[in-house]
Design a protein around this ligand. Structure first.
Ligand code: ATP
Ligand code: MG
Length: 258
């Protein structure tokens, strides 16, 4: 549970396109790190390299290292499927299996991994749904389809699905962008809870959200069209939002950007 991430000199490519230039950063365990920056600067790309989702894109590759508690997740001995289980991901649009039951959505990954015992799966489903702060709303309708939930509930269902396999890290790419303000606050409260057990990296376009939920903030930027995105600075969220080291960061967070 809750492992440390160290990214070292990471260069990321889509074919010949150099998308992200030389990122070095660390995320301590039980910490929430927010990635902010303008559209196209590489936030999602960097996030996907943290659990090897990047390499499923044809032609995509990385140079450099991503260490999970000191172990290189790109080492040749490492199974990428196992990496994606250990480092879970929640996407921008809630993506439950719409016709599958709520309960089965949560335990889908475990069943794939071979767990068959019904009682055990029920226990795990309950624990994950409690962890995702959804249990009270769904405990009487676990057999109903995942698609019958509201958007905010579906996003919490996806978080339950991600934590059911007990990952070490949770990656979230704009998890609230499709949600209303109340569901957004529910997810933010949940992130504060989950931080006790997980290392969390969240991409957000919402500055207030970054300020509310994260311990440290990484600002990414683009030097120009066709140029690779780069990490401008990473620091304590309080410092980034009150007195950043770089002028570009200040311009971006104060809305004087572009
Ligand atoms: N599958 C892909 N194939 C080729 N290029 C890609 C692919 N995905 C992203 N890119 C390019 O990589 C760069 C970084 O994109 P990325 O999606 O990481 O940006 P982002 O910071 O997440 O932007 P946004 O805030 O709009 O989500 C962009 O120039 C984008 O066009
Ligand atoms: Mg993105």
């Amino acid at each position: 549970m809750a492992k440390r991430i160290d990214v070292k000199d990471l260069d990321i490519y889509y074919g010949k396109f150099h998308a992200v230039d030389s990122v070095t950063l660390s995320v301590p365990p039980r910490n929430v790190t927010a990635f902010i920056g303008p559209s196209g600067c590489g936030k999602s790309t960097v996030l996907r390299t943290l659990n090897r989702m990047h390499e499923v894109i044809p032609g995509a590759r990385v140079d450099g290292q991503v260490l999970l508690d000191g172990e290189d997740i790109y080492a040749s001995s490492v199974d990428p499927v196992q990496v994606r289980r250990t480092i879970g991901m929640v996407f921008q649009r809630p993506n439950p299996f719409p016709t599958m039951s709520i309960r089965d959505n949560v335990v889908a990954g475990l069943r794939l991994a071979g767990t068959k015992n019904k009682k055990k799966l029920d226990e795990i489903a309950e624990r994950a749904l409690r962890g995702a702060n959804l249990w009270n709303e769904v405990k009487d309708r676990l057999g109903k389809p995942g698609g019958s939930l509201s958007g905010g509930q579906q996003q919490r269902l996806c978080i339950a699905r991600a934590i059911a396999v007990r990952p070490d890290v949770l990656l979230m790419d704009e998890p609230c962008s499709a949600l209303d303000p109340i569901s957004t606050l529910a997810i933010e409260d949940l992130i504060a809870e989950l931080k006790k057990d997980y290392t969390i990296v969240i991409v957000t376009h919402n500055m207030q959200q970054a300020a509310r939920v994260s311990d440290q903030t990484a600002f990414f930027n683009l030097a120009g069209v066709g140029q690779p995105g780069r990490l401008v600075e990473i620091n304590d969220t309080e410092k980034i939002f009150s007195n950043p080291n770089e002028k570009a960061t200040e311009d971006y967070i104060s809305g004087r950007f572009g």
